[in-house]
Design a protein around this ligand. Structure first.
Ligand SMILES: *Cc1c(COP(=O)(O)O)cnc(C)c1O
Length: 445
């Protein structure tokens, strides 16, 4: 297969655009085009802040996963970013969907996504989440705690069975920040392998005639840039599969390894090598199963960010630049309400001036948002041209995941629109949140 996630040298003209969508090009007057559409034109037509999503980049990433992982269910993690168009693209590219709420589930189903290709997650699923999942016929429900088992079973209609996976905490530390490490025993997700909770939950599910234990699930964390933790997870989970067969005489047919595949947010950062992950995980799975004399279970993986993040670009206008002492603050017209990630995890971005050619040498600046918090910083100590000024446009690549989906109503500025670009055309996917939208929820006096 020739599909790869690496930018092709001939198509990525410069290192400065190396983390941008593969279609990004520099254009006259300091402009940048994505999928043939100038960012200045998008700012003009849709206003700022605005999120731009390269449809072909999303599809290319879906295809690369499918090519790297044959005979595997690739489930896009909807929480990274979901709208109806995204659900369409992902479905057309043959992926499944991993959802965490009745809301994500309903949106995808009303967009025509087949529920049997969906997996419902959540450490605290509400009765509504479970009702929606059972009513719509979601393919798998991932059980995250022992208490959930009887509650779920009681809601499954008589004469039917619901397939479930058990979320196992394998005790593996991976991921770039404590807030996104989910494979260890000191966080809220999953059933611990170390203290026997996982084994106990297996017995409980097997004792429920309306539940069908289809397999095991784990999710180690996010921004994992090496294959190794996944190989350890495979070994531990196959160990559990072997124990389950010994104790209960059942062979579980599925293994879902979660997501967490790292992407590069800045030039020079390391992305997880998805092709290497696929080859080594499949080899490890085959070897571990052979050693335990188990049939190889069907594999699933759940990339979220690696599909969506590099396809998105956030575009802001600069209302003010403040120079003082040894610091320059470049304020943009969005911030923590459309991108809370820097405040949550202290992550780094590589913003870029767009729409004006500057001859000024780059100087270190702090790009801040418009919100009423000193912590509303989008990018600290990043180079931008020394003559950056009010009225300029600043673009932030790798903005397609966990930004719009985490956007809040802070300061009632309204969440930004999402615009798709493809084949030289831009089209609105999600409109800007208006004051009317915001005030329509405010119904008391
Ligand atoms: C968040 C999450 C994912 C996706 O994580 P990424 O870092 O976006 O790849 C996959 N599976 C589960 C269970 C998750 O919670």
């Amino acid at each position: 297969m020739t599909v790869s996630l690496a930018p092709e040298p001939a198509r990525s003209p410069s290192r400065e655009l190396s983390v941008w969508p593969a279609s990004a090009r520099t254009a006259p007057h300091g402009d940048v085009t994505v999928a043939g559409v100038a960012l200045t034109e998008i700012a003009e037509r849709f206003g700022t802040p605005v999120y731009v999503l390269d449809e072909a980049e999303v599809r290319r990433r879906c295809r690369a996963y499918r090519a790297a992982f044959p005979d595997t269910d690739v489930l896009y993690a909807a929480k990274a970013f979901l709208c109806r168009a995204m659900a369409h693209w992902v479905r057309e590219e043959g992926l499944g969907l991993d959802v965490c709420s009745a809301g994500e589930l309903e949106l995808a189903v009303t967009a025509g996504f087949p529920p049997e290709r969906m997996v419902l997650h959540g450490n605290a699923k509400s009765p509504e989440d479970l009702r929606a999942a059972l009513r719509l016929g979601v393919g798998r429900i991932v059980v995250d705690s022992t208490g959930e088992i009887a509650r779920l079973a009681a809601q499954v209609p008589a004469g039917t069975r619901q397939k479930v996976l058990l979320r196992i905490t394998p005790g593996i530390a991976a991921g770039s920040h404590a807030a996104v490490r989910t494979g260890t025993d000191d966080q809220k997700f999953g059933l611990s392998l170390a203290d026997g909770t996982a084994q106990h939950a297996v017995a409980r599910v097997l004792g429920q005639p309306r539940l069908e234990l289809a397999g095991l699930h784990c999710h180690l964390g996010s921004q994992i840039d090496s294959v190794k933790p996944y190989l350890s997870a495979v070994r531990r989970l196959v160990g559990l599969l072997a124990r389950i067969r010994r104790q209960h005489g059942v062979t579980l047919p599925e293994l879902d390894l979660g997501g967490g595949h790292a992407v590069a947010y800045r030039p020079g950062e390391r992305a997880l090598d998805v092709a290497a992950l696929a080859v080594r995980v499949r080899a490890e799975l085959a070897a571990s199963c052979a050693a335990a004399d188990l049939p190889v279970p069907r594999l699933a993986v759940e990339p979220g960010r690696a599909i969506a993040a590099p396809a998105g670009v956030a575009l802001y206008r600069v209302p003010s630049v403040k120079r003082g002492g040894d610091r320059t603050f470049v304020a943009v017209d969005g911030g923590m309400s459309d991108n809370p990630r820097p405040a949550l995890y202290g992550v780094g971005y590589a913003p870029r001036l767009v729409g004006r050619r500057s001859g000024a040498a780059p100087v270190p600046v702090t790009v801040v948002g418009r919100h009423c918090e000193a912590g509303d910083v989008l990018a600290a100590d990043v180079p931008l041209p020394g003559d950056i000024r009010a009225g300029d446009l600043v673009a932030v690549p790798v903005s397609g995941a966990y930004q719009v989906s985490m956007a809040s109503g802070y300061n009632l500025v309204g969440r930004p629109p999402v615009v798709a670009v493809a084949d030289g055309r831009a089209r609105l996917l999600v409109r800007r949140e208006s004051l009317t939208d915001l005030s329509s929820r405010d119904v008391g006096l």
